[in-house]
Design a protein around this ligand. Structure first.
Ligand code: HAM
Length: 419
């Protein structure tokens, strides 16, 4: 039998799990610092939740199948559609704004590269009910706070920011109809990655001719807001919201992380406004996280739209980056006590000691077989125990146990109460 998990998926042995828990603890702590509430949804959803016709990569990567009841289901490739479903289900009873976060495992049948797997965990923060870029600024503040917590600064990471309204402005000016917007956005996102010839046919099918594509590419090459102002005008919605976002970033104190980059469009169909992606300044890895505003997703599910924005932040690239920059924490197992019965007949008393310590909230391992003292020392070291508790007949008789502090080597006798 092949002992490897399916291609592109991971086992989490205790060593890896410690790291994952460390990362998730930071994700959760930052979400709470910013007042987000945690939610969850099933990893298995109706396939129709993910069917969008804009030609997105994510749709082609769906892990979908028919269940035993003949229903078309899929493993979620992302959390946003499930979140939208839940928000719609709450309907009018939902107090707005709603700030929710989650840590879902997501599945995509992806071509594997460094930092991309077929399953990943994705920290999601979303805000529903705030139409202005104050919401995006709050999301970006949470992202930069997280980076700082794990030891990364603006010299390591940048966040490219743009707005779909840049593309909207260009498309309006060249006469592309509104209903093609999402599909054009998805194609334009591909322009960055695949040769133009390869998607020329798709562009033609959406009604874009050569000169229109040239205009789009020219606009996407902009890297400063003054250039954008020259192209779209000072009152254009894209420029107004981006200038405001940069001003808010300065108030928060993370403006040095942001770079305007019109080429960021993002490959998901539902974005309508500000979009952003964090990247490593060393430029060796794929996007660290990405998100944006999606004010019209709910109506595509037949509901009433609520302004929304959010991001997804995967667990794979960030760990690669921390490894590359020498910032992975050294995590060792930790344990308060290892309790060791010195003789077989001391098992009962040792259980009593362990039970009392556990009831007081200590983490306690108990030696479960008859072992030599030497073995107990080794085991204490392996499990990272702070103290080794020897339960021997003479001390027990006197209501005491012997304790060795493994860091200092100090050894002392304590009554159970003192322990
Ligand atoms: P996304 O850009 O498809 O956006 O994914 C967000 C992040 O998830 C990526 O930047 C990356 O960190 C991680 N990620 C995606 N695919 C993989 C993979 N195959 N392996 C490892 N990591 C991956 C979304 O999913 C949107 N739903 C985010 C969002 C939330 N927008 C608004 N709210």
């Amino acid at each position: 039998m092949d002992l490897n998990p399916p291609r592109g998926t991971r086992d989490f042995f205790p060593d890896e799990m410690r790291l994952r828990t460390w990362l998730f603890d930071h994700f959760r702590a930052v979400a709470r610092q910013f007042g987000f509430e945690e939610y969850d949804a099933p990893v298995l959803e109706s396939q129709e939740l993910f069917v969008r016709k804009a030609g997105e990569e994510i749709t082609g990567q769906l892990y979908n199948f028919e269940d035993k009841g003949g229903r078309a289901v899929a493993l979620r490739p992302e959390m946003t559609p499930s979140l939208a479903r839940m928000i719609l289900k709450k309907g009018g009873s939902l107090a707005l704004p709603a700030k929710w976060f989650s840590l879902p495992q997501c599945w995509r049948y992806e071509r594997m590269t460094r930092g991309r797997k077929r399953e990943h965990y994705q920290w999601n923060l979303d805000i529903f009910g705030v139409p202005g870029v104050a919401a995006e600024a709050e999301l970006l503040a949470a992202i930069t706070t997280f980076f700082r917590r794990v030891g990364l600064g603006a010299a390591d990471i940048g966040i490219k920011v743009s707005s779909r309204k840049v593309l909207q402005g260009v498309l309006d000016s060249v006469g592309v109809p509104d209903e093609s917007f999402a599909a054009v956005a998805v194609l334009v996102d591909k322009l960055e990655k695949v040769p133009r010839d390869a998607i020329a046919g798709d562009m033609a099918a959406l009604g874009l001719d050569e000169s229109q594509v040239d205009r789009i590419i020219e606009a996407l090459s902009l890297r400063d807001l003054d250039g954008l102002e020259a192209l779209l005008g000072a009152d254009s919605p894209a420029l107004v919201e981006l200038r405001e976002l940069f001003a808010l970033a300065a108030s928060y104190g993370f403006a040095d992380w942001l770079v305007f980059d019109a080429s960021v469009v993002r490959g998901l169909a539902y974005y309508t406004g500000v979009v952003f992606e964090a990247f490593d300044r060393g430029a060796t890895l794929r996007a660290v996280c990405g998100g944006g505003r999606y004010d019209r997703l709910l109506s595509t599910f037949g509901g009433k739209d609520i302004p929304a924005c959010g991001f997804g932040f995967g667990d794979v690239v960030i760990l690669e980056l921390l490894k590359d920059t020498g910032r992975l924490p050294e995590l060792i197992p930790d344990l308060d006590y290892l309790v060791f019965p010195l003789r077989p007949e001391m098992r009962g008393p040792a259980i009593e000691v362990a039970t009392k310590l556990r009831a007081r909230g200590q983490s306690v391992d108990l030696v479960l077989e008859d072992k030599k003292t030497k073995w107990a020392f080794k085991q204490a070291e392996r499990s990272g125990a702070r103290e080794l508790v020897f339960v021997g007949p003479d001390e027990w008789e006197a209501g005491r146990v012997k304790v060795k502090n493994l860091a200092s080597g100090e050894q002392f006798e304590l009554s159970l109460k003192e322990l």
